[in-house]
Design a protein around this ligand. Structure first.
Ligand code: AKB
Length: 338
């Protein structure tokens, strides 16, 4: 018989780093991770890591010959800035990679006679506000509003949310017998900020980059205007949202894609908090008009009412707690010991 396992793709990334630790502390199933990169030695001890390409079908087949996958946390993605430089590669990873995994989850749901849970974290990049006036007039966007992304990453993700919903609700809709279908659930995150990792390839990266640079005493030029506003969330809340959504009873879920958020602030307010925590931080503003355009297209805030109602979502880290209890002390410690 195969061993039961939980699969995490893109496991060497920011969310993966934190998710592995939380799942290893609570789950009985084996954790199987996949990424092109190796894991940190600390995380590598907690999982069986497959260093390889998500698009490698033979690799996926070998994995399912050994493991009965019960849950997939599909984190692998090329983020918004990186995807603009190589849109075709982004499409391959973000769309073809997701399609391959949805097919795998679909087949495995048949084998098990029980849906494979497919957790798909995505983000505010699914939205596209046409101009700053609209952004100001719609400060708390609902899931179905302004789904007009301006980035390759956003387009890829929006489409994959639809694909996931299709595989969950309509797959083989004309067949005589409906198959056991996978259970797709997605969250749209704001920009995430971790005390332990620095993001790469994203466009919300200016927040975390500012913070980590200041803690190391390195000057930082922020690539957006001071008045730029988007929502952010501390990494522990992001992990808790994924775990909460995964454990919610299916009957309670009224949708497959949920907004979750914590706090919104401008880049100037971010800078103020960073400078308060790290006096002497050298943060300037040197807007890059092209990346600015991407951030301006993202909403200033999200309405996460449905997640709160359906699966009791609520962030534990508001803006003060995020900075004062999680980010600043842990980042300070991180660079002090180096
Ligand atoms: C990015 O900047 O691409 C991501 C996101 C907000 O989607 N962090």
């Amino acid at each position: 018989m195969r061993k039961k396992g939980i699969l995490i793709t893109g496991a060497a990334g920011e969310i993966g780093d934190a998710l592995i630790k939380s799942l290893a502390a609570r789950d009985t199933h084996d954790l199987i991770t996949m990424d092109l990169r190796p894991l940190t030695p600390e995380n590598a001890r907690l999982v069986t890591h497959i260093q390889g390409d998500l698009l490698d079908q033979a690799l996926l087949s070998r994995m399912v010959s050994e493991y009965e996958i019960t849950i997939i946390y599909h984190l692998a993605a090329l983020l918004s800035t990186r995807a603009e430089f190589s849109p075709e590669a982004a499409h391959k990873v973000n769309v073809e990679g997701t399609m391959g995994l949805l097919k795998l989850a679909s087949e495995q749901s048949q084998w098990r006679g029980d849906p494979v849970l497919f957790i798909f974290p995505r983000s505010i990049a699914a939205y596209g506000m046409p101009d700053l006036e609209t952004k100001e007039n719609f400060p708390h966007v609902r899931e179905w509003e302004w789904n007009y992304p301006v980035t390759m990453y956003g387009c890829n993700k929006l489409y994959c949310e639809l694909l996931g919903t299709y595989f969950s609700d309509h797959f083989r809709q004309l067949a005589a017998e409906r198959p056991v279908m996978l259970d797709f659930r997605s969250v749209r995150f704001p920009g995430l900020v971790s005390a332990y990792t620095v993001p790469s390839g994203g466009t919300s990266d200016y927040g975390p980059e500012m913070l980590h640079a200041a803690a190391q005493g390195v000057p930082y030029a922020c690539f957006v205007r001071p008045d730029t506003v988007i929502p952010f969330m501390a990494m522990p809340d992001a992990v808790s949202a994924l775990l909460k959504l995964a454990s919610a009873p299916a009957g309670k879920l009224s949708r497959r894609v949920y907004n979750v958020t914590s706090f919104s602030l401008t880049a100037a307010e971010f800078q103020e908090r960073v400078c308060r925590a790290f006096p002497g931080a050298q943060i300037s503003f040197a807007p890059d008009l092209k990346r600015q355009g991407i951030v301006d297209s993202w909403p200033a805030g999200l309405n996460d009412h449905d997640a709160r109602r359906d699966w009791d979502w609520s962030p534990e880290y508001d803006i003060d707690r995020s900075f004062d209890e999680y980010l600043v002390p842990n980042i300070r410690k991180r660079y002090q010991t180096k």
